[in-house]
Unconditional design. Sequence first.
Length: 331
Amino acid sequence: MIRLNRVLLGAGVGIAIVLWLLQFTGVKEVLDIILGLNLVYVILASFLFITASIMVSAALFVPLKRSGQGSSFRNVIMASFGGLLIGDITPARSGYFLTPFILNKIDNTSVESSMTGVVTVGVVNFFAKAVISSIALAYFVKHFPLNPALANALILGVFLLIAGGLGLSIFIWGKHLDRSFGRLAKVPLIGRAMRRLELLNKIRIEGQRAKRSIPYITILIILSMVTNAIALYSISTALQHSISLLDLVFIVSIVSALTYVPITIAGLGVQETGYVVFLTLLGMPLVKATAFALIARFLFTGTDIIGLQPLLRMRFNATPKRTDMTWRVWK
């Protein structure tokens, strides 16, 4: 119930921000622009968003292949889309970490192996976006007058990306954490509970294999960001206001950083505000920038509906195969 309240609160705050943007810009003006868009560019942007998501799926498939799992690429794609769809309704897109359970359900893939893949992809994703967001922030600060509050929010977003990357790295590769778990396992009562976390040790073992996949994962994550930027370029073309691809790559990374500020659901409202601020700095009229932000949100989330099919096959209490542990997927 507490988690549900948090989700509802985050959704409410996000919707309030979006409504404020529309009220500030003008609802009728924004809708007129959206309804007058060239559908060819909108369809192209949708295809590119789907392609970018498939690249993320491919990044997950690489460590699974190295671990010897027999997962089909199609099932990895479907499970990844399911995780992305849950991420669209969870703070900081944390719902993507349910992807291993979805994949276990539809493909019998080991939860340990797929969780290792998800965490490894998460580490690369966090660090790649942190680096590009830092470059983007320096670029915009140098060339445009940024409001101090916005600059601080961006710095917080970059900090959260770095913290997330470090946290996941320690979880999967940290030696000191292993020793701490070993000591706790010897303590009565606590030790019994710790032994139930055998899954962690299996993930650590898989993690050593996954290290070899990091270069390939990095390439795929960067390609997915560039593809998302091209999708945004298609939206800007539909709005008859071109923005350079490099600027859009920077905006993609910055907006991603804002998405991880856990005050709304998947950055709802925060992401849109980021788009509006930076697009207007680049010369796009406010009403078009608001329309751009709403279209990007709709297409980005709408294309993740592909993941609905595997989610419908999940049960409220799922017992993953190939593991001794019972997991409560939905709480």
